[in-house]
Design a protein around this ligand. Structure first.
Ligand code: PSU
Ligand code: MN
Length: 314
């Protein structure tokens, strides 16, 4: 075990017994949603994971320590601090640990901690990606590079179309990251079920997803997998309303001349503000939906791993 990493007792016990565990990120708490819905959602997501047979491990950096499994107080601290707490991706981790600081982990940093802990499944809302205009800004989320190198399956509702979703898929293809549609052949676009972009693979059962994970890592590949799980139809938002808010948010970001790690949190907050309660409700529902699927995938993956360990033993 990495000496910088602390597992909560519940997560440690589950991993020791090879029971299913699902990692959860914390930038979605600090930068993805407003207080108090952010902390309420994080706790509801943990409950959803438990209700479907897995142990939740919410990840953050607290006082210079990597944490897999947070207390309610720690989740509320991240929720209340909102955008004031550091947003931690791969390049920020060493610095924060050295300073003994506290921060919320992005998809990339959460994958790193999950892999250190031995957790193979991770649920979130949306991943980062290639930003629109990346050909001049070079703004490509470190989440994509992490997916290329770290062996964790990330269950998400695709990505928000604040990004260039077509280029995001191209980038993932170049880096050998499978994007598996759960009961869909199209990349979902977070608030909406269909970005119009085709995927190569549709898988209809958690066990099918677990078998791909197992095969991928049995091949010796070190990278991750994207599981794209569309927002439930009854919670999807009207495409036009989302598109309008996103165009406005992008224009506002450009007017402010933002760059670097500030871009995504600004766009997320702006889209939330422009679409109001409707998008927040959809956002909460899609995260719960991803937590549910991730728990089922973790259960199926544990069963497979146990079965093959038992094969070897006999
Ligand atoms: N997209 C969302 N909600 C989020 C994020 C992205 O719809 O909360 C967060 C995730 O933590 C993701 C991060 O890993 O933003 C990506 O930031 P950047 O684009 O700066 O890599
Ligand atoms: Mn960026």
């Amino acid at each position: 075990m990495n000496p910088l990493l602390d597992l909560s007792p519940e997560v440690a016990a589950a991993l020791a017994d090879q029971r299913p565990v699902v990692a959860l990120e914390s930038t979605i708490i600090s930068h993805g949603m407003p207080w108090p819905q952010n902390a309420e959602t994080a706790l509801a997501v943990e409950a959803e994971v438990r209700a479907h047979g897995a142990v939740p491990a919410t990840v953050a950096v607290i006082d210079g320590r990597l944490k897999a499994g947070l207390s309610r107080e720690q989740i509320e601290r991240l929720g209340r601090s909102g955008g004031e707490v550091a947003k931690v991706s791969r390049r920020d981790m060493g610095l924060l640990v050295a300073r003994g600081g506290t921060g919320a982990t992005t998809v990339a940093a959460t994958m790193i901690v999950a892999a250190l802990a031995g957790i193979r499944v991770f649920a979130t809302g949306g991943i980062g990606g290639v930003h629109r205009g990346a050909e001049t800004s070079f703004d490509i989320s470190a989440d994509l590079q992490e997916l290329a190198r770290t062996p964790v399956a990330v269950v998400c509702a695709g990505a928000k179309s604040i990004l260039d979703l077509r280029l995001t898929l191209e980038y993932l293809e170049t880096h050998g990251v499978p994007v598996l549609g759960y009961r869909t052949r199209r990349l979902p676009a977070f608030f909406t079920r269909d970005s119009g972009l085709d995927l190569d693979a549709q898988l209809d059962e958690p066990a099918d997803l677990a078998r791909v994970m197992k095969a991928q890592w049995a091949l010796g590949f070190t990278g991750g997998i994207v599981v794209a799980n569309p927002i439930p139809a009854e919670h999807a938002l009207p495409t036009e309303a989302v598109d309008r808010a996103i165009e406005q948010a992008l224009a506002d970001a450009q007017a402010q001349g933002l760059s670097g790690k500030a871009v995504t949190p600004f766009l997320l907050a702006r889209v939330n503000a422009l679409t109001g309660g409707v998008s927040l409700a959809g956002n909460i529902q899609l995260v719960l939906n991803n937590a549910r699927l991730a728990a089922r995938v973790a259960v199926a993956y544990s069963a497979l791993s146990c079965a093959s360990a038992c094969d070897r033993a006999s």
